[in-house]
Design a protein around this ligand. Structure first.
Ligand code: ADP
Length: 268
């Protein structure tokens, strides 16, 4: 833990755990010689996990979601479990030290898994995390997914997860009228297939009080991270126009990947 404490207190160095984990498989290869290294930002409930995981399947890169790393650690009943459960169930952020420790372990597993590139989802979430990441690898693009707060709340409340396959679904049917020049939003529910139906669970942090706290903390702590990447010309702002059927093709277009899906399936 001492090394990690140093890591969050000082400027990132190449001897830090996260740097070692990155450099074990990636010694700054030229961008054209490697897979994408992207970050997905956005408020709780915006759909980072859904879109990041779809893109990862398309591009053949690992989807590394720090929220999943936290939940795995929680369910492992390891030494950090009770501490993490208290933090997560209050909607607070886990400390930079713990997150970097979990992320370093996941990154170190990339070599054994034969993985290259990545899409990070839910990291960085604080300025400190952004500075550490900046110090250890090149991020090509940061996608900032956006939805209005009313929709975010309803989406989190409607979220269900299959306890067996881990897939996310949503039982909310949204039809929010546009007002004051803001467009309306319609989203159909994303129901699970029959075999997941009896295994659906709700995340313990998806209660109204906790969601509101997570949104508050996102606005306070993560907005500066958006600015950090905006000022570096890496931020792609993407206003989700609706649910997956409307948003997915538009997102592919914004990422210059319109034909990619067809080419991939033709080549398969
Ligand atoms: P959401 O984006 O819906 O809030 P996530 O699944 O990304 O949820 O994260 C769940 C919880 O895990 C967060 O509320 C927070 O407690 C913790 N967490 C995830 N990523 C980070 C991070 N980068 N830094 C600190 N805490 C994190």
């Amino acid at each position: 833990m001492a090394a990690i404490t140093c890591l969050v207190k000082r400027t990132p160095s190449l001897s830090s755990p996260v740097a070692r984990a990155f450099f074990s498989t990636n010694s700054h290869p030229a961008r054209e010689d490697r897979n994408v290294q992207w970050v997905f930002l956005g408020s709780p409930g915006v759909g980072k996990g859904t879109y990041a995981s779809r893109l990862c399947t398309l591009l053949g890169v690992p989807h590394i979601a720090t929220g999943d790393l936290v939940r795995n650690e929680l369910s492992s009943n390891g030494p950090l479990s009770s501490q993490l459960s208290e933090i997560v169930n209050q909607g607070k952020l886990v400390s930079d030290e713990i997150i970097i420790n979990l992320l370093s372990k996941r990154l170190a597993a990339r070599e054994a898994n034969g993985e290259s590139g990545f899409i990070l989802d839910g990291f960085p979430r604080t300025m400190k995390q952004a500075e550490i990441l900046e110090g250890v690898t090149d991020i090509d693009l940061v996608v900032n997914l956006k939805l209005q707060e009313e929709v975010l709340l309803a989406k989190c409340l409607g979220r269900r997860i299959c306890s067996q396959c881990g897939k996310n679904f949503n039982v909310a049917s949204l039809n929010i009228k546009g007002e004051n020049g803001r467009p309306g939003v319609t989203m159909a529910p994303l129901f699970p297939p029959e075999h997941c139906m009896s295994k659906l669970i709700t995340r313990s942090d998806d209660t109204e009080v906790v969601i509101k706290e997570r949104l508050r903390i996102y606005n306070e702590t993560s907005r500066p991270v958006e600015e950090f990447y905006r000022s570096r010309g890496k931020l792609l702002e993407f206003d989700l126009p609706g649910g997956i059927p409307e948003s997915w093709p538009k997102l592919l277009h914004a990422l210059n990947l319109d034909d990619y899906e067809e080419k991939q399936s033709a080549a398969a």
